[in-house]
Design a protein around this ligand. Structure first.
Ligand code: COI
Length: 354
């Protein structure tokens, strides 16, 4: 893939690394390429970050044919910059695109585009502890047409944003409400994909949870509203009586890169990880019986987010006295040590960019 480079006339001032938050600042450049039926991908370029012209009749604005990804570039203590399992994001985007009838980007091109953009933006990769450069690849239909159909033209872009913690709480436990009315995904739907529509549909649950004083919503399975599946912006795991439980990847749950990495670590450490259907009622009962030891969310943006309280209907359970659990902390420390290159990466998960 040949990538053309267009230099920006001026560069932005970089934000204070102590107050990055999540996704508030965007760097100087973006990657962009176009796809047209008959021609395929063409015109790969790195250009100044800026508005994209879109026709009001563009398919994406009406029918949401869009997918995205999320990964990070980490600055190590020796100044080098590395990625974490980027091929998993590349393959997941291919699976998302298959489901939404969108063209695929080759795994190699996906990773090359990210690396070239990160090289251009290397000064934007922050160095303070727990900061990184969040990378957001996304694709959408650009065709101007109002009939519902598989569009004939698309754009693939990558933008980057220096970030700190996703939740203002950082590693302080969040409170989660289990949603028993609205649903996020059903088998045969798009639950396993990273498409904007999944997130648009989840906002109502999030708003409901917030109105009741909770930080996030935990979705139940769409068919029976019985089994716990996934949180608004991350996968979720439960430590019950010494074993780990998390929802299986069967079409409704996002196959998270952090989820997969945690499962590897946990199994390596000798934990039994049950990728199985867990009833919300059994989860709450385990809490009342003193067997629910730890709960934590996993995701690229959030890394690991301890859960200190769960609410289901009128029932409330406080987890581990509302404090981060020992295993949650160990998982966080180990994963972030690998991601920031502080310990040897025996899994071969990291890839140095420059
Ligand atoms: C991520 O964890 O990278 C995500 O894409 C979640 C997003 C909704 C912030």
């Amino acid at each position: 893939m040949d990538i053309r480079f267009e230099k920006a006339a001026t560069l932005k001032e970089k934000p204070d690394q102590n107050n990055l938050g999540f996704g508030k600042y965007f760097t100087d450049y973006m990657f962009e390429m176009d796809w047209d039926k008959g021609q395929g991908w063409h015109d790969a370029r790195i250009t100044p970050y800026g508005p994209i012209p879109i026709e009001p009749g563009c398919v994406i604005l009406h029918y949401a044919q869009e997918t995205f990804e999320g990964l990070k570039a980490y600055r190590r203590d020796d100044g080098k910059i590395q990625l974490f399992r980027p091929e998993m994001n590349a393959k997941r985007m291919q699976n998302s695109n298959d489901r939404l009838c969108m063209p695929k980007v080759e795994v190699e091109d996906f990773i090359t585009a990210i690396k070239e953009l990160v090289k251009v933006e290397k000064d934007w990769v922050p160095s303070l502890p727990n900061t990184s450069l969040y990378i957001r690849p996304f694709m959408f239909a650009t065709e101007e047409a109002l009939g519902v159909h598989q569009a004939i033209s698309y754009k693939f872009l990558i933008i980057t944003s220096p970030v700190g913690a996703y939740y203002a709480e950082g590693l302080n436990p969040v409170k989660i409400m289990i949603e028993d009315e609205l649903v996020r995904a059903v088998k045969g739907g798009t639950g396993f994909t990273k498409c904007g529509g999944n997130y648009a549909g989840s906002i109502a649950g999030q708003v409901k949870a917030e109105a009741q004083g909770y930080d996030q919503v935990l979705w139940l399975d769409g068919e029976t509203r019985t089994y716990v599946e996934e949180v608004g912006s991350m996968n979720i795991m439960f430590k019950i009586d010494g074993e780990i439980y998390t929802a299986p990847i069967e079409g409704t749950v996002l196959p998270g890169v952090t989820r997969d990495s945690m499962i590897h670590l946990l199994r390596d450490w000798g934990y039994k990880v049950n990728e199985t259907h867990l009833k919300a009622t059994d989860l709450m009962q385990a809490g009342h019986d003193g067997k629910l030891e730890e709960v934590f969310g996993t995701g690229t943006a959030a890394v690991i987010s301890p859960v200190g309280q769960l609410k289901f209907k009128d029932d409330v359970v406080v987890v581990n006295n509302g404090e981060i659990g020992e295993l949650t902390q160990k998982l966080y420390d180990t994963l972030t040590d690998i991601q920031w290159g502080r310990i040897p990466d025996k899994y071969g998960w990291t890839e140095v960019v420059c």
